[in-house]
Design a protein around this ligand. Structure first.
Ligand code: F6R
Length: 605
């Protein structure tokens, strides 16, 4: 995720670009930059860090009336001045900002290098400006150069182009990354999201996939993929600036819950070729895979729950030994690990002190290390042997939601890769990969249960406790559901293996105690249903999450997840329990995005 703004008009562009970018900082903030155009040249300023750092670099008297701007959330190439956008061609005549992922950038870069082009950044985005340059030199018509360029791009993009050739014009194109356009008496503008332009107008024109647009100071033209004029569908934007930054949701947590279909899609992008798993940096590791005897999955909090899930999956798919350990335990446990032990670290921030210390210990013991991280260039990402990035974008709410589900998905992909490297054939891999790819749509479907989960959360109104139960791969989902509920609503919650209930915890069940049961694993779902009946007999109110086939007529509150390979049901379960926690917190009037006593990134022990 990145933030983009563009302005061409009758007054200086910079104020619009900067105020717009400030409204989009929720989309990314690891570097920022702007290009302003006058008739003879492009002037570009960019810097690592937040927008405020860029503002310090800018002179006061910038009167150019056309320009583009960007705040970045790095996906290829660490946050740095060099990797910040805009990117320019070699004679500084064309400038481009991009949001999205160019999946085939390596192929395009190779082609352009062979044509004599030089690259100045590690980003995938730079190929766009070089490709534009390539086509523009063949035929100097920017509209055609842009059409030919975007036809070559695989993946997602929202991009803006400005050049000295048409100094008052901005070209815009979009596929699978957001881009909106607007006009007012001040000029014509574009941005990744409406909050950037709400101070100027509430009439917004969202660009559709495959469309592109040409912005001039008093005109705005939209074209379809073939360059023919397209119908403009304006919408009136109903929110004020503050609620618009949250996409109209009342909290970042809710917005991030709803972003899950798209960030899961981004995380899976380009990971499979048929049934082959495409993770080149894992393949490139200098590891004798037959000599790996044991694997540790190490993390904290929610990321640790992803590790418990991954460990179960790993044993199931590879038949090898594995353990999930909280990083705070691993680092002090004098672990018996060596070069035959693979250590996999999971972290949203990439800065968690315990996880980083555990990584350092594993490296000191000679273990091969892999990290699954969300923040590019973070300490854990830098220090591990190989890093895989979830594409969750910035997670602003303290309670982790989209980072967790993207971890589940990426760990799944990684484990399939490890099975491949061990020479183990995973049964039903074709169907599994098909279902992994369906996860964005399935998540979309699961989100439709929001009103029902709200109703279920209402059961907690006068309750101080709740219990989450599940077996096998449902157990980490129970742990995560309980953590989310505690964190945001302050309702005390515990999670148990369903079979463990009768060995003690059932003593806590009394009239109206809320039990959320996860029974999505067909081999053991029936057993979990029997355990729920034991709680119902003691007065519990049960919410049952199960698959499409399980008989559950005797329960009043049942959610059925869409048909899916059972090892993937942790994703729908997470979405449902997130909604449950959110509405419990809302019911109790809690500060959902900033729960008491918690910090987003725990960089101290
Ligand atoms: C809970 C939550 C925390 C983090 C934990 C690890 O919602 O967000 O439990 O998961 O502090 O943080 P990262 O993933 O940044 O290492």
């Amino acid at each position: 995720m990145c933030g983009i703004t563009g302005f061409t008009g009758k007054q200086p562009a910079l104020p619009f670009l900067l105020q717009g970018l400030s409204k989009l900082e929720y989309r990314g903030y690891d570097s920022a930059g702007v290009t302003l155009v006058n008739s003879r040249k492009l002037k570009t300023w960019k810097t690592k860090g937040r927008l405020s750092e860029l503002e310090k670099k800018l002179p006061n008297d910038l009167a150019q009336s056309c320009g583009i701007g960007h705040t970045r959330w790095a996906t290829h190439g660490v946050p740095s001045n060099m990797n910040a956008h805009p990117h320019m061609n070699s004679d500084n005549s064309i400038s481009v900002v991009h949001n999205g992922i160019v999946e085939n950038y390596a192929v395009l870069k190779k082609e352009l290098l062979e044509e004599g082009y030089t690259f100045h950044s590690d980003t995938d985005s730079e190929v766009i400006v070089q490709l534009l340059d390539f086509y523009y030199r063949r035929k100097p018509v920017m509209k055609e150069a842009l059409m030919r360029t975007v036809k070559r791009l695989e993946g997602s993009y929202a991009l803006c182009v400005t050049s000295i050739y048409e100094p008052n014009t901005i070209y815009v194109a979009k596929k699978e990354s957001p881009m909106v356009l607007g006009m007012s008496k001040e000029g014509t503008f574009c941005a990744s999201d409406a909050p950037a332009m709400l101070e100027y107008t509430r009439e917004i024109l969202p660009l559709q996939d495959g469309q592109f647009a040409i912005l001039n100071k008093d005109s705005l033209e939209v074209f379809d993929t073939d360059g023919k004029p397209a119908e403009k569908k304006w919408i009136h934007f109903p929110y004020d600036v503050q609620s618009a930054q949250k996409g109209g949701y009342d909290s970042f947590m809710m917005k991030e819950i709803h972003e899950q279909p798209s960030v899961i899609r981004e995380t899976l992008r380009g990971r499979f070729r048929g049934t082959h798993v495409v993770l080149p940096n894992i393949e490139a590791l200098d590891v004798d895979w037959n000599e790996i005897h044991e694997t540790y999955f190490i993390a904290c909090g929610t990321a640790y729950h992803a590790c418990i899930y991954a460990s179960g999956l790993y044993q199931r798919y590879t038949g090898k030994l594995s353990t999930a350990v909280p990083a705070s335990e691993f680092r002090y446990s004098s672990p018996n690990v060596d070069g035959h032990t693979l250590c996999i670290f999971v972290s949203q921030s990439g800065e968690t002190a315990d996880t980083l210390a555990a990584l350092k210990l594993a490296k000191a013991k000679g273990c091969p290390t892999i990290a699954v991280v969300n923040v590019l260039g973070s300490s854990i990402a830098r220090q591990t042997d190989a890093v895989l990035y979830t594409a969750a974008g910035p997670e602003i709410a303290v309670a982790s939601t989209k980072a967790y589900t993207t971890q589940l998905v990426l760990l799944h992909v990684l484990i399939l890769k490890l099975a491949e490297l061990y020479g183990v054939r995973v049964k039903g891999i074709g169907a599994l990969i098909r279902d992994l790819k369906r996860l964005p749509e399935i998540t979309e479907e699961v989100l439709k249960n929001e009103p029902f989960m709200k109703k279920c959360a209402g059961m907690l109104k006068d309750q101080r406790d709740a219990y989450f139960i599940g077996r096998q791969l449902d157990y980490p989902s129970a742990l995560e559901g309980a953590l989310k509920l505690k964190e945001v609503s302050y309702v005390h919650a515990d999670a148990y293996y369903a079979g463990e209930l009768k060995h003690g915890p059932i003593a806590l069940i009394e009239k109206n105690t809320v039990v959320l049961a996860l029974a999505t694993q067909p081999d053991v779902a029936g057993k979990t249903i029997s355990n729920i009946k034991e709680t119902v007999a003691r007065g519990a109110r049960v919410i049952l999450v199960t698959d499409q086939t399980m008989r559950a007529d005797e329960f009043k509150y049942v959610v059925r997840i869409p048909e899916l390979t059972p090892s993937l049901s942790a994703v729908p379960c997470a979405v449902l329990t997130q909604l449950f926690a959110y509405y419990a917190a809302k019911e109790k009037g809690c500060d959902i995005d900033k729960p008491r006593n918690l910090a987003k990134s725990v960089t101290v022990e």
